[in-house]
Ligand binder design. Structure first.
Ligand code: FAD
Ligand code: NAD
Length: 467
């Protein structure tokens, strides 16, 4: 029986990054993946394909809605949706091939099949075809990720009532797309189809969209998306979604208990994701999951069983690729006897709509709840010369700083290229910068990042220069 120092189960961004770091640190490493294609949710049916379609649809949107104002006439525009989906698939294939290469380069044994525990040090690998076999290991890292969630009455048939996975590979552009859930997936994939001409209706249970982010961001995003034609039905409780032929009907109750009915040709269910542990044989080693199905881990990502760790979407915390990656590196370094560190408060969150939304640290609601005395500074993009030049004047940057020490406690952005700009806030907060520090750092002119400096000046001393 082949013996390894570490076996990683699951090849998503948590698992494959963990395997690379283990190999870099000199451990004999195997990576088990049940699908042929490495990369997990993120590379195959998540981050990468969704961003490919967001980019394609944004090009179309700009060409049809904005080029003329820039003085560019395009004539009649046409969407080749099959080509759009084909390009997305090619981006995925290239990205996945890159992971195969990285595994070879780092001499990681990739074992294709379902990994399940026989005991704490023995794992069974069952390939789709061929015979199952066992391997021996000193340590195991569970990185089995998550799957789309749904509630009774909205069970996806994967044809008309779809999850994000199907929404990334449709054969036609929906005429009327109903989206259940005004969270990250609902708004990103809703944006893709709204830009391509679908009438998109978002049905959300709560009274706000992107509810986990600072409230200012959700309000501004809803305002902009509404302007672009998306409809929002907040505080609606979905009761039943049904399909007859090509027509999907959604029945819900609004906040006053009034019955609401809407129809469409597709309904995207985007009400969160659930941790995935099926077939792992956790019972064989006595590992328990919590009420939400997550594997319980301590601060070092150790499970209750010696030598078994768990990372990424299958454990508590944000379900984000970069969080899974950081945890993968953490566990590898911890197993190698190092003293790694992750500050989960400083994991940024991004929504890739346009304008983009990005956030790090505490929200204003969290600071209020924690009775923290804070100062607020903000700067609207309409006051930025760079934003006017590119016609991206929606949105703002908000900086929250400690009332006494001026330390930055949270940064919340909605606007052009916020996804990339949030990195400056993360660096600043990792180094415990004050709002005044940012206000005194030179930011190139004209750039969108000047809005961060101005918001910091506003937070630190109410002395923004351009408002
Ligand atoms: P996963 O990526 O889910 O990988 C788990 C892997 O384990 C899978 O390949 C699975 O097949 C395998 N596996 C499971 N059980 C077994 C077993 N018993 N044996 C062998 N293999 C097994 N996050 C971001 O940060 N940015 C984004 O822009 C973003 N966009 C997203 C868009 C969409 C549409 C979706 C659905 C998600 C998006 N996410 C994004 C979230 C991101 O994809 C996840 O947070 C991330 O993939 C989690 O990584 P992971 O390694 O924990 O698990
Ligand atoms: P989410 O948690 O972001 O949003 C789910 C939304 O559905 C919430 O607003 C919630 O209030 C609502 N909801 C829940 N039950 C409902 C019901 N019965 N009726 C109506 N609304 C209901 O989840 P998601 O959008 O499905 O995304 C899943 C995960 O994938 C998220 O944790 C996210 O972090 C990750 N993801 C990240 C990115 C990114 O980083 N850009 C992109 C896509 C997905």
């Amino acid at each position: 029986m082949e013996k390894y120092d570490v076996v990683v189960i699951g090849s998503g961004p948590g698992g494959y990054v963990c395997a690379i770091r283990c190999a870099q640190l000199g451990m004999k490493t195997a990576l088990i993946e049940k699908y042929q294609s490495l990369g997990g949710t993120c590379l195959n049916v998540g981050c990468i394909p969704s961003k490919a379609l967001l980019d394609s649809s944004e090009h179309y949107h700009n060409a049809s809605k904005r080029f003329e104002k820039h003085g560019i006439k395009t004539g009649t525009l046409e969407i080749d949706f099959a080509q759009m989906i084909k390009r997305k698939s090619e981006v995925v294939e290239q990205t996945v091939a890159g992971i195969d290469f990285l595994m070879k380069k780092n001499k990681i044994d990739v074992l294709r099949g379902v990994g399940s525990f026989v005991s704490a040090n023995e794992i069974n690998v069952t390939p789709e075809k061929g015979k199952a076999f066992k391997i021996e290991t000193t340590n195991t890292v569970i990185a089995t990720g998550s799957k789309p969630n749904f509630f009774p009455g909205m069970e996806p048939d994967k044809k008309r009532i779809i999850t994000s996975t199907e929404a990334l590979s449709l054969s036609e552009i929906p005429k009327q797309l109903i989206v259940i859930g005004g969270g990250v997936i609902g708004l990103e994939l809703g944006s893709v189809y709204a830009r391509l001409g679908s009438q998109v209706s978002v049905v959300e249970f709560l009274d706000k969209i992107v509810p986990t982010m600072d409230e200012t961001l959700g309000k501004e995003l809803q305002r902009v998306l509404k302007k672009e034609g998306m409809k929002f039905f907040l505080e609606h409780r979905v009761e039943k979604v049904s399909v007859k032929g090509k027509v999907v009907t959604l029945k819900a109750k609004d906040k006053n208990g009034k019955a609401v009915e809407m129809t469409g040709d597709y309904c995207l269910v985007a009400v969160g994701r659930k941790p995935y542990t099926e077939g792992l044989g956790l019972d064989k080693v006595g590992i328990k999951t919590d009420k939400a199905g997550r594997i319980e881990v301590d601060d070092n990502l150790k499970t209750s069983v010696r030598g078994i760790y768990a990372i990424g979407d299958v454990v508590r915390g944000a379900m984000l690729a970069h969080k899974a990656e950081e945890e993968g590196v953490y566990v590898a370094e911890f197993m190698a006897g190092q003293k790694p560190h992750i500050d989960h408060n400083l994991i940024p969150g991004v929504v890739y709509t346009w304008p983009e939304v990005a956030s790090v640290g505490k929200t204003e609601e969290q600071l209020k709840e924690g009775n923290v005395a804070y100062k607020v500074g903000s700067f609207p993009f309409r006051a930025s010369g760079r934003a006017r030049a590119s016609m991206d004047i929606d949105g703002l940057i908000k900086v929250l700083a400690d009332e006494k020490t001026d330390e930055i406690l949270g940064v919340h952005m909605i606007g052009p290229r916020a996804a990339d700009m949030i990195a400056e806030a993360v660096v600043a907060m990792e180094f415990k910068a004050s709002a005044e520090d940012i206000g005194r750092i030179t930011h190139a002119h004209p750039t969108f990042t000047e809005a961060f400096k101005e918001a910091a000046l506003d937070a630190s001393d109410k002395r923004a220069l351009h408002t």
